[in-house]
Design a protein around this ligand. Structure first.
Ligand code: SF4
Ligand code: FE2
Length: 627
């Protein structure tokens, strides 16, 4: 067993870019050069264009905008809008899943695969379950879920999953989110010209809007996807571009919403489609994925992961991609012109994500099967159009065991149970390992890639450092895919861990980095942290657990950051959220938020220092607990 290095990833990319150069393809690497240096005002968050008296930018000579807003107000409003964009996006994804659940039926395209979870959530929400048809119940739960977006009164239902101490903090500090849409629109209202310019108020609302995502929209996205497509269990898969198979029709799914990709997998698996692929000269069909759609189907079906965010152009550059099929979010508009340089079909499917130079095949719950069949056929028929001289798939992949939902983690923990802890089905074995010092703590590694950071390096190096120091890593999103590509989700990676973590991996038969799913599945991490705190009788903020997004880039990631600190977990960032221009905003984000939610951000671009800071925080938490 050997980890794949970032240098090896980069060599493969360089080889693919040579193919790109032959066909005149553009690349993100080239566009980064064209965009450098970046606008300094933008980087510091000190420009404002929310009214047409501006745009205004803050300098020594001009310390206030035309309306008189100072730099702290401008940075604060920008930060709140940044958050609202992310919260809206995650939550709208959740809403789509609510609608899919609402459309589920015994004879329709979508079925209920985890009725047990459906009943559990119905009971949690005080919905009568006795004697009800499972699809009647699914409709009722979906409708209640949709109400969470616009209900006129009350706060998010899932907040009750948090320990009481956390709920109390939220209530006392007015952080408990109301209806999800209301939090997003309140954010936009507050950030409108002539409303809030007080940084404390703007950050507080950012946390509340974030919490409406984490404990609202995202959590429904996760839970209802589990009801529809099954709650993930450990499953074997592979990661990196080498999962694409030259002799096969390659369909790459990309985006975030599993409704599309699940149906594509269903169809591509059918004997008729495989036979059709053979008729068209291929040996079979390979589905692989990019970004979170990939995480969704990897977690539930073991579909291999071709790569993460900054590898999306690479899959087309292989020359062996018959179709890249996308739903929503994190899709480069560059895929349109890029796919035109090859035979690849770039297929958009959602009215939310429409792009030039794509084939738009509109996907919805009623016609899902029909549309998925159309897409798979299109890909198969495109196999003959490949240009063999352009085909090159880097033969690089690693084995990975994925599928660690909170439920699955609790289950594997039963394997670690020893004489002192004999209760099954709780997180107590993990707590026991932490208390005894066998494990020092846990880090949740999340988020994207960003060309500002050498792609994947921060994720992988930080994880290696944590593992060597007996800190277990849970991961999601593109961070999880970086880990899988490197080999850190292979059970054999236990050998690079400290003795304590290695022992835990052996006893529980797990890899040292646990794949918890997509970005909306960070809600799984919230539930895990809440369960750990409850089982330990502690507040979440007392746990030796931190969050880290070293290469984050999107508005969604800002929303996540806000709900993670809002839930009591310190969060370590490798990229600044355009806030450095205001000393007051920096102080609030890195310290001031502690008074409301007992956690704050640390921003550090040096990976070594970022890792040291996380370990120091974990040790601080341990010392405070006397363990
Ligand atoms: Fe300038 Fe104020 Fe208008 Fe912003 S809101 S553009 S700071 S005048
Ligand atoms: Fe994602």
């Amino acid at each position: 067993f050997r980890l794949t290095t970032v240098e090896e990833f980069e060599a493969a990319t360089a080889r693919l870019l040579e193919t790109g150069a032959k066909v005149g393809a553009d690349s993100w690497q080239a566009r980064v050069k064209n965009q450098t240096p970046h606008c300094k005002f933008g980087e510091e968050g000190i420009c404002c264009r929310i009214c047409t008296m501006g745009p205004c930018r803050i300098t020594k000579k001009a310390p206030r905008g035309i309306c008189g807003c100072d730099v702290h107000g401008i940075v604060g409003r920008n930060y709140l809008k940044f958050t609202a964009g992310g919260s809206a996006t995650h939550s709208d994804h959740g809403r789509e899943i609510c609608h899919t659940l609402y459309e589920s039926s015994a004879d329709g395209c979508y079925k209920v695969k985890d009725p047990e979870k459906l009943v559990r959530i119905a009971k949690e929400w005080d919905i009568e379950t006795e004697g009800k048809d499972i699809y009647d119940l699914a409709h009722e739960v979906a409708l209640e879920g949709l109400m969470e977006y616009g209900k006129p009164f009350g706060t998010q239902r899932f907040l009750k999953r948090a320990p009481e101490s956390q709920q109390k903090l939220w209530e006392e500090n007015e952080l408990a989110p109301h209806a999800i849409d209301r939090e997003v629109s309140r954010s936009l209202h507050m950030a409108h010209m002539g409303c809030s310019s007080k940084p404390e108020a703007l950050v507080k609302q950012s946390i509340r809007a974030g919490l409406s995502d984490g404990w609202g929209g995202s959590m429904m996205g996760t839970e209802f996807s589990d009801i529809l497509f099954g709650t993930p269990k450990p499953i074997e898969t592979e990661a990196n571009l080498g999962v694409m198979v030259e002799e096969n029709v390659n369909i790459v799914v990309h985006g975030h919403d599993p409704s599309l990709s699940e149906m594509i997998c269903e169809v591509a698996d059918s004997p008729e489609m495989v036979a059709y692929a053979k008729e068209m000269g291929a040996k079979g069909i390979t589905i692989s994925g990019v970004c979170c759609t990939s995480n969704e189907v990897a977690m539930r079906r073991g579909i291999p992961m071709a790569g993460n965010f900054l590898q999306q152009e690479n899959v087309v550059l292989t020359g062996a991609c018959e179709a890249i099929v996308v739903d929503v979010q994190c899709i480069f508009p560059a895929l349109g012109p890029l796919s035109k340089c090859f035979h690849t079909k770039f297929i958009t499917t959602s009215p939310i994500a429409q792009m030039p130079d794509s084939d738009f095949i509109r996907f919805d719950a009623h016609t899902a099967l029909e549309k998925a069949t159309q897409i798979v056929k299109l890909a198969i028929e495109n196999f003959k159009n490949r240009k063999p001289e352009l085909v090159y798939i880097p033969q690089m992949k690693q084995k990975a065991t994925v599928g660690y939902s909170t439920e699955a983690i609790v289950k594997v923990l039963d394997g670690v149970t020893n004489s002192q802890v004999d209760e099954l089905g709780t997180t107590k074995p993990l707590l026991q390992c932490i208390t005894s010092g066998v494990l020092r703590g846990a880090v949740a590694m999340v988020g994207c890639n960003n060309p500002r950071v050498r792609p994947d390096l921060a994720h992988i190096e930080l994880m290696k450092k944590m593992l060597a120091n007996d800190i277990i890593v849970i991961a999601s999103g593109c961070s999880a895919q970086a880990a899988a590509k490197a080999g850190l989700m292979d059970k054999a990676a236990k050998d690079i861990c400290g003795d304590g973590l290695k022992r835990v991996c052996e006893l529980a038969d797990i890899p040292p980095v646990l794949h918890m799913g997509s970005c909306v599945d960070i809600s799984r991490m919230l539930v895990l942290a809440a369960t750990l705190a409850k089982d330990a009788g502690l507040r979440i903020s007392q746990l030796p657990v931190v969050g880290c997004a070293p290469e984050w880039m999107s508005e969604k990631a800002v929303s996540i950051g806000n709900y993670v600190i809002g839930s009591g977990l310190d969060t370590f960032l490798g990229v600044d959220p355009y806030a450095s221009g205001s000393s007051e905003m920096v102080e609030i984000l890195t310290n001031g938020t502690r008074q409301w939610c007992e956690a704050a951000f640390t921003v550090e671009k040096d990976i070594e220092k970022l890792g040291d800071a996380m370990m120091a925080r974990i040790e601080e938490k341990r010392a405070a607990l006397g363990i």
